[in-house]
Ligand binder design. Structure first.
Ligand code: UDP
Ligand code: MG
Length: 180
């Protein structure tokens, strides 16, 4: 991707058994990215899906050959290893992560980029009206507290994977041997 004043964007999406969501998400995502007027690539990492996700991604590759790249993992490694596999291939000046299950609206991406353009290294989305159970939300609150205590990094929602990272952060993550 060639450079632009505000830089190019890579979007990384881990995909595990998302056959229902993939055909909806990608056209919606491309529509948003097309409005940005900056170079972009979308990297979908199939994390050993056992449904038709990979077939559907391959079909979409035929439709969007210039904008889409697919990584096929040999088995199911989990969400975070899948994202790291995608990070290793990114070329963008900014890297956005997005869940494939439509819980992270792609329409929010421009807001994240507005902040990375201002120089922020990590920008995280926050889930406002979660449709998860009370138990699930209480568990998230606990995880947020513990994560804050361990890392010393203050984020409102460590579980929301709609995020944007600067190239500097991605390069550091890619150089890190350890995955936690
Ligand atoms: N995912 C993955 N590997 C897995 C489980 C999930 O790549 O083993 C992907 C999944 O397709 C989705 C994202 O990671 O894009 C988040 O998964 P999920 O919605 O299950 O997590 P939650 O929203 O509960 O955090
Ligand atoms: Mg989810």
């Amino acid at each position: 991707m060639s450079g632009d004043a505000r830089g190019s964007v890579s979007v990384v999406i881990p995909v595990f058994n998302e056959e229902v969501n993939v055909p909806q998400l990608l056209p919606r995502l491309f529509a948003v990215l097309d409005t940005l007027d900056r170079p972009y690539e979308v990297i979908c990492v199939d994390d050993g899906s056992r449904d038709r996700s990979l077939d559907l991604l391959r079909e979409l590759l035929g439709r969007y050959p210039e904008r889409l790249r697919i990584v096929e993992l040999s088995r199911n490694f989990g969400q975070h290893p899948a994202i790291l596999a995608g990070f290793a291939l990114t070329t963008g000046d900014v890297v956005v992560t997005l869940d494939a299950d439509l819980q992270n609206p792609p329409e929010e991406i421009p807001k994240l980029l507005a902040l990375t353009d201002q120089g922020f290294d990590v920008v995280g989305g926050v889930r406002q009206t979660r449709r998860d159970s009370l138990f699930r939300r209480a568990a998230s609150r606990l995880v947020n507290r513990v994560t804050m205590a361990i890392t010393g990094i203050r984020m409102t929602d460590y579980g929301c994977m709609l995020r944007a990272y600067s190239r500097e952060v991605i390069d550091l993550v890619n150089r890190c041997e350890e995955s936690s």
